[in-house]
Design a protein around this ligand. Structure first.
Ligand SMILES: Cc1ncc(COP(=O)(O)O)c(C=O)c1O
Length: 374
């Protein structure tokens, strides 16, 4: 088979779907797949068949979902950019979440807006394994800043619109124990939205891609959610439906990027030996962008190992697959099987933010193909 290619395992995706759908919260739980992680049409079909709903992060993602036959009422749209076709999306029943005061005005200006809307709030708890994956706190432009909740409520009320959904997404990765603070703060904010019946706590359930990372313990996290929602009910008399928007959690482990060693070069006795692959940032950007760590394996019969820096084929010194953890500015070596040109190389856990987030078309390299396997 041709390389480079992404292989996505149906059974691994199904396993994750089933595990999440088994959870319950006291007043209902909606699982939304964040399609930005991997918008492959077959994966979307799998989610839809399993009755998972969707989180779209642009009007284009929402439009793609509608074209694929997903009912509008199953799509929640919270977009950084104001939607270009909001009236059309509202007609289709898409649930709009305003992520700024301006977006609330854009919604209110729509002739066909429904009587309810969602609002994304920045709760001032940032999270993520680095600044580039944190989407809350003073350094993040995502959502209405929590101090402006009253403004957004006033705007909606002046048009007789009810804010029925509160949305929070604080970032991806990071410490799973922070979930307790996140849901508590989110519910405190939800208290101000007196018409809200639903809280969308976002995604960001940590996936272990490398040895020192800790996978989110969903059982523990859902337990925390249940307790906090029940206490909220006892305190306020309000039953809040919970929504979660996992992307990585559902698909990251299911993907592997299969490539080949295209060349091996070194920089002398004080330098490094570089394995250059026939793929790189045009197919897979996370490592260059975030310093993200992924397991890499050379497939051959060798028992001897060697220290390599693994790099991509793009004409770009930042095209590195083994950066220092969390620091894309620095390179690090990996102990891998001694390799030869032509050996197959597998980059694991690349099912999320791999093909969907690549530096597409850079150096005019063709895109790695994407195939689903059992
Ligand atoms: C609003 C929103 N929801 C959900 C997600 C999914 O995050 P993850 O893939 O870490 O679960 C993201 C990711 O950026 C997001 O921005």
């Amino acid at each position: 088979m041709q390389t480079p290619r992404y292989e996505y395992s149906r059974s691994k995706i199904q396993e994750k779907i089933d595990s999440l759908l088994a959870f319950k919260t006291p007043y209902g739980l909606t699982v939304r797949y964040a399609i930005k992680a991997n918008p492959h049409s077959e994966i979307i079909d799998m989610m839809h068949k399993a009755s998972i709903h969707f989180d779209a992060s642009s009007s284009y993602e929402a439009t793609q979902l509608l074209k694929q036959g997903i009912p509008g009422s199953h799509i929640s749209l919270s977009s950084q950019q104001s939607p270009h076709n909001l009236e059309e999306l509202l007609d289709a029943g898409v649930l709009f979440v305003a992520t700024s005061l301006h977006q609330m005005d854009v919604f209110l200006a729509c002739k066909n807006h429904p009587g309810t809307v969602g609002v994304r709030v920045n709760p001032d708890i940032g999270r993520g394994h680095n600044n580039r994956t944190s989407t809350a706190g003073v350094s993040a432009s995502f959502g209405v800043w929590h101090e402006y909740i009253d403004n957004v409520i006033e705007r909606a009320q002046s048009h007789n619109i009810k804010i029925n959904r509160v949305h929070v997404h604080v970032g991806s990765g990071g410490d799973p124990h922070l979930w307790s603070g996140i849901i508590e703060k989110s519910l405190t904010m939800t208290e101000k939205f007196t018409d809200a019946t639903s809280l969308d706590i976002g995604g960001g359930f940590k996936v272990q891609r490398f040895s020192d990372e800790q996978e989110a313990d969903m059982e523990k996290i859902i337990h925390i959610f249940k307790d906090t929602l029940s206490s909220f009910y006892t305190r306020t008399g309000r039953k809040i439906h919970l929504e979660i928007e996992p992307g990585s959690y559902l698909v990251a482990h299911a993907g592997v990027l299969v490539a080949e060693v295209d060349d091996i070069v070194d920089t002398g006795k004080n330098g490094h030996t570089f394995l250059r692959l026939n793929t790189g940032m045009n197919d897979f950007l996370r490592s260059s962008l975030y310093g993200a760590q992924h397991r890499i394996e050379v497939l051959n019969e060798n028992t001897e190992t060697k220290e390599y820096v693994v790099v991509g084929h793009n004409c770009e010194s930042g095209d590195i697959l083994t950066p220092a953890p969390g620091d894309p500015e620095k390179i690090e070596t990996r102990t891998l099987k001694q390799a030869s040109i032509g050996d197959e190389v597998r980059i694991y856990d690349t099912g999320a933010y791999g093909a969907s987030m690549r530096a597409k078309g850079y150096n005019s390299f063709p895109d790695a193909e994407e195939v689903l396997v059992d």
